[in-house]
Design a protein around this ligand. Structure first.
Ligand code: HEC
Ligand code: HEC
Ligand code: HEC
Ligand code: HEC
Length: 183
């Protein structure tokens, strides 16, 4: 009897562990290049990629590679270069603020603040959302609305006083320079 109980406990623990592994695998960050093919053409999903590619966000990691960034890192008390400093990466690279985030092999941190910084880790919704946006939300697709104020809150998760170079964040102006509507 005792053996049966411990076997059951072990089986349950194993099931839970498998489910956990699968669910975290399902939400890997795959990188913005994955979005490029469909989101560069008005006929297949709009031109968000083209807007993003030219935006400051696409440069956010490269900024950490500069001498100015290393100087800031040093002033903040870090002994590592800015591009190797966890705290700097947290706002300058997709997914790096999230505890336990996982990244696909093809994910390239040099993309800086990519699509998934605002739309969620995409491995699970990447295919599904093109035909079923509402269904894809359950798989992690996020679209915060500008009109409801939710998008501004999302920006402020990085645009805040924890940024060593913080400039007061004016959402309306800021959104204009990164907006990527389909029409
Ligand atoms: C196979 C083509 C394809 C790929 C790859 C693709 N998308 Fe899309 N995406 C679409 C299409 C088509 C729509 C419009 C769906 C609709 O409105 O029914 C869409 C819509 C969206 C939307 C709008 C959702 C909403 O709330 O209306 C977001 C955000 C989005 N995609 C993000 C991404 C991101 C991020 C990636 C890369 C990780 C990506 N997409 C990759 C085809 C694609
Ligand atoms: C994951 C963190 C993150 C999020 C979320 C984020 N940003 Fe940024 N943003 C940055 C970083 C880092 C830079 C600096 C990039 C550089 O200079 O290389 C930046 C720079 C900018 C700039 C240019 C500098 C400035 O402050 O004027 C604008 C405009 C901007 N972001 C708008 C937005 C808007 C609008 C949102 C929300 C819809 C947003 N950002 C969300 C990290 C983020
Ligand atoms: C800084 C945050 C941020 C980044 C980075 C970002 N988006 Fe968005 N995106 C938004 C917000 C916020 C909205 C909703 C805007 C609104 O309320 O109309 C949106 C809307 C969209 C839409 C729907 C547009 C429409 O008119 O219906 C698509 C498609 C989309 N994003 C795709 C992408 C793709 C692909 C990338 C990367 C190439 C990307 N986004 C990068 C914040 C972001
Ligand atoms: C809380 C999020 C956050 C953290 C942490 C962060 N940054 Fe940034 N960084 C930003 C944002 C947002 C911007 C855009 C300008 C602004 O408002 O600071 C930015 C801009 C910059 C710039 C461009 C200079 C400018 O005036 O636009 C440099 C360089 C920089 N960051 C270096 C660093 C370094 C080095 C670290 C680590 C010590 C770091 N950042 C940590 C969010 C952050």
């Amino acid at each position: 009897m005792k053996n049966a109980v411990s076997f059951l406990a072990l089986a349950l623990a194993f099931t839970a562990l498998t489910a956990f592994t699968l669910s975290s695998k399902n939400n890997e960050y795959v990188g913005s290049k994955t979005c490029k093919a469909c989101h560069s053409n008005p006929k297949t999903g709009g031109t968000a990629y083209k807007v993003w590619e030219k935006s400051v966000h696409a440069n956010a990691y490269k900024t950490l590679k500069t001498a100015e960034a290393d100087k800031i890192a040093k002033e903040q008390g870090h002994s590592t270069k800015a591009a190797d400093t966890k705290e700097c990466l947290s706002c300058h690279v997709t997914g790096h603020m999230e505890a336990g985030a996982t990244f696909a092999k093809k994910f390239d941190k040099s993309e800086g603040v990519g699509c998934e910084s605002c739309h969620g880790a995409a491995s699970a919704y990447r295919i599904k959302h093109a035909k079923d946006v509402e269904g894809a939300r359950a798989l992690g697709l996020i679209t915060k609305k500008v009109s409801s104020g939710a998008a501004e809150k999302q920006c402020v998760s990085c645009h805040n006083k924890k940024s060593p170079t913080y400039k007061p964040f004016k959402f309306k102006e800021a959104w204009k320079s990164v907006a990527h509507p389909n029409s």
